[in-house]
Write a protein that binds this ligand. Sequence first.
Ligand SMILES: C[S@@+](CC[C@H](N)C(=O)[O-])C[C@H]1O[C@@H](n2cnc3c(N)ncnc32)[C@H](O)[C@@H]1O
Ligand code: SF4
Length: 388
Amino acid sequence: MIPADPGFGVYVHWPFCAAKCPYCDFNSHVRHQPVDQPRFARAFAAEMASMRVRTGPRTVTSIFLGGGTPSLMQPATVAAVIDAIASTWTVPAGIEVTLEANPSSVEAERFRGYRAAGVNRVSLGVQALNDADLKFLGRLHNVDEALKAIGFAREIFPRLSFDLIYARPRQTLDAWQAELEQAIGYAADHLSLYQLTIEEGTPFHALHAAGRFAVPDGDLAADLYQLTQEVTARHGLPAYEISNHARPGAESRHNLTYWRYGEYAGVGPGAHGRFVEGSRRVVTFTERLPETWLNLVEAKGHGVVGGETLTRSEEADEFLLMGLRLAEGIDLVRYEALAGRPLPANRIAMLREEGLVMPVGNSRLRATASGMIVLDAVVADLARPERP
Ligand SMILES: C[S@@+](CC[C@H](N)C(=O)[O-])C[C@H]1O[C@@H](n2cnc3c(N)ncnc32)[C@H](O)[C@@H]1O
Ligand code: SF4
């Protein structure tokens, strides 16, 4: 059942990592001095209080502590953050509370502390199940440590997901299938499987541009994607989103809120939020540099440095972009209400003929597996205004 209300999540960004991975362009920073965690915890609470003025009273449907590497937080810091959320908004018992963890920064003791603080789901950055590729990806852990972390997490948390990055240099279909099947053997009920993306400004971008390595592209990348869909579906973990797979019912509530175009408050350095303020949906983003963010919050109560109120047509475009990532697709009636016009029937028909989209029941539209591979083009085609 798809709920009528896609929810209100709270995202908290922990912006520090033990080392910077060469492919990563997330807001993550390495510090050689210890981070003053109680000071950050106070600043998170202060920024929440100022967000609360803008969101009004809300019932939180999920919490996500992402990063960076949130498993570098002390359990007391995590407890302070979760308590602050509960004093700012209404937090019903039992909602999903996820923390992202790196296998290298995991000890069972800390995991127990997170569980006691209220975390009930962990998302582990495993990335690969062979040591050579972990080294290539610049990860600090090896396969043994990853498996140990999975073991701890399964013992301590009711829910566990882990991430793998595929479409690595020289990765063949057979090698990926074997690794994926091995991963499914360790998985609980959720996996995030991302194709390696060469992001501008990262060390991998420079090395890739200099021809130091190549990544599968074109047909091989598409075949790797299709294989991923087949293998996961066969093992009962079908894709519910382009890169996310779960046993039915075990989907990430928090991420579903993003993709179903729900609302979320984004707290911490470089966090984004999207929520209804008054009667319109606003976007917020905060200062990315942790120390500058901290100073801003301490000086004026929040680190929000930008944002805007979305127009109806921007909302409709975002709704399309997010919703078509999902296997459940989008509600065409909701699109029409946002855009003030239906999606053009002639373009839907054309994309259907090309095998890129398909209807789900009477009032929903989804991208097919082939459509997911070229999703940006599908969305651009559907969102393009009609020529007069
Ligand atoms: C930003 S990380 C945060 C979690 C944690 N620090 C970690 O690395 O495991 C979230 C996930 O994004 C994925 N990711 C980051 N950069 C990527 C890239 N360039 N290509 C593919 N996946 C990427 C990784 O799988 C990672 O687990
Ligand atoms: S540990 Fe995660 S967030 Fe940190 S640099 Fe690596 S991929 Fe990025």
